[in-house]
Design a protein around this ligand. Structure first.
Ligand code: DGL
Length: 271
């Protein structure tokens, strides 16, 4: 069956982090409808094995394809590093998969040649070494210094940001000497844009904080334009939010981002 422009965009993450990407997509592509899957039953992904994340990602891709998505955005760095290649093999070839890593690597290569760039992300993302491999392959003389910050995603998922506790945890991580004298910091976890202002203020706004949500939305728009898959109906779209386990923090965040009530539908990965 041919892919139609009116079909929705599938977006997934372990939890609320990918909503930062979904929000940017909604801003840039207001007439596209989205099906968002938050795998809240299995978060955090950052501490899971590559095999476990691959298994969850395959199941989620199956659900998004069955629901008729025209493209799938892996709005999660941990899943992008563990399962992107696998999904491109596994999912039918006419459904394009967008990961959060490649558009960010491209931006860093364009803008930060010969600079010192820091990166914070989950253990899975940092251990995968995918950013440093790709940035190194770009041969722009960039020195990348990566630090795993495993407490941050669970903290944000629990709604702990912009407060004393989050401030102290973030400050502790950012004081790591590997992040000294950096020119820019990549937020290599889609949960982290929610603490971007806290991070900025810790650096006195002196360095560039790179958050992938907008570059991903742009990469998606380019793909839809190239493939003539932009939705042509100028009617406000309906978005659907699926979660593998119901959590109040997810519902509150989704409502906050979309500034409208969201209906959460529980959907197990295993049926
Ligand atoms: N938001 C995710 C990421 O970009 C996952 C965080 C987690 O579940 O550990 O890596």
């Amino acid at each position: 069956m041919a892919i139609l422009p009116s079909q929705p965009i599938g977006v997934f993450d372990s939890g609320i982090g990918g909503l930062t990407v979904a929000h940017a997509i909604r801003q840039l592509l207001p007439f596209e409808s989205m099906i968002y899957f938050g795998d809240t039953a299995h978060l955090p992904y950052g501490d899971k094995s590559e095999a476990a994340i691959q298994a969850y990602s395959v199941k989620i891709a199956d659900i998004l394809v069955r629901k008729g998505c025209k493209v799938i955005v892996i709005a999660c760095n941990s899943a992008s590093s563990a399962a992107y290649e696998l999904l491109t093999e596994y999912v039918r070839k006419d459904i394009h998969i967008i990961n959060v890593i490649d558009p960010m690597v491209e931006l860093v290569l364009q803008q930060f040649g010969n600079k010192r760039v820091g990166l914070i992300g989950t253990k899975r993302t940092v251990q995968s070494d995918v950013y440093s491999r790709k940035i190194h392959e770009g041969k722009k003389g960039i020195q990348l210094h990566s630090l795993a910050t495993p407490l941050l995603a669970p903290m944000i998922e629990e709604g702990f940001f912009n407060n004393q506790i989050s401030h102290e945890i973030i400050a502790q991580y950012l004081s790591d000497e590997s992040l000294n004298n950096i020119d820019a910091l990549i937020l290599a976890c889609t949960h982290y844009p929610l603490i971007k202002n806290e991070i900025k203020s810790l650096y006195d706004n002196k360095i560039t904080i790179l958050d992938s949500s907008e570059v991903i939305a742009k990469a998606l728009k380019e793909h839809l334009e190239d493939e003539r898959l932009l939705n042509k109906l100028n009617t406000p779209p309906a978005h659907h939010f699926l979660v593998s386990d119901y959590t109040e923090s997810f519902e509150a965040s989704a409502r906050m981002f979309f500034q409208q009530p969201v209906q959460l539908e529980r959907h197990s990965l295993w049926n």
